[in-house]
Design a protein. Structure first.
Length: 151
């Protein structure tokens, strides 16, 4: 299954993320996960939101270059070696992971590893063969992480 993230190239200056989050908040679009990468004066945001297409339209309307990118959100075990099992299989199949990030759903049980790969069709086939569960954008938006921690 394919999910979508927003990829936003940007200058590495104060206020860029605030502008993006402000637009999404105003449009009532929920940010589910975000990564920020920079290299010198440039960088990019990768953002999972609950409604990617309207989010892209809203950002574009405000002059922000927001691209919808197909990614694969893979459910993995939250334990030592959970991610390794996945990436070893992809490496064996010569599928390059071009970008990735993850988050825990339930400590010591379940995590999600979001991957942008060189060959999404082949990756999906391989993941299915190895019985990995993948999540759609809708499933990602509906996730309720386990959090009974007292703060």
């Amino acid at each position: 299954m394919i999910a979508y993230q927003l990829t936003i190239p940007t200058e590495n200056t104060p206020g860029k993320l605030a502008r993006v989050s402000g637009i999404l908040a105003r449009e009532k679009i929920n940010i589910r996960a975000v990564t920020i990468s920079s290299y010198g004066e440039r960088g990019f945001f990768n953002i999972l939101v609950d409604d990617p297409k309207p989010a892209q339209k809203a950002l574009t309307r405000e002059g922000i270059d927001a691209r919808l990118k197909e990614v694969i959100a893979v459910v993995i075990d939250d334990r030592p070696g959970g991610m390794d099992k996945l990436v070893q299989i992809l490496a064996t199949e010569n599928i390059n992971i071009e970008n990735a990030y993850g988050f825990v759903l339930e400590s010591k049980k379940t995590a999600v590893f979001v991957i942008d790969v060189s060959d999404p069709d082949k990756a999906q086939k391989v993941l299915k063969e190895h019985k990995f569960q993948t999540l759609t954008t809708e499933a990602l938006a509906a996730i309720e992480p386990f959090h009974y921690m007292k703060y």
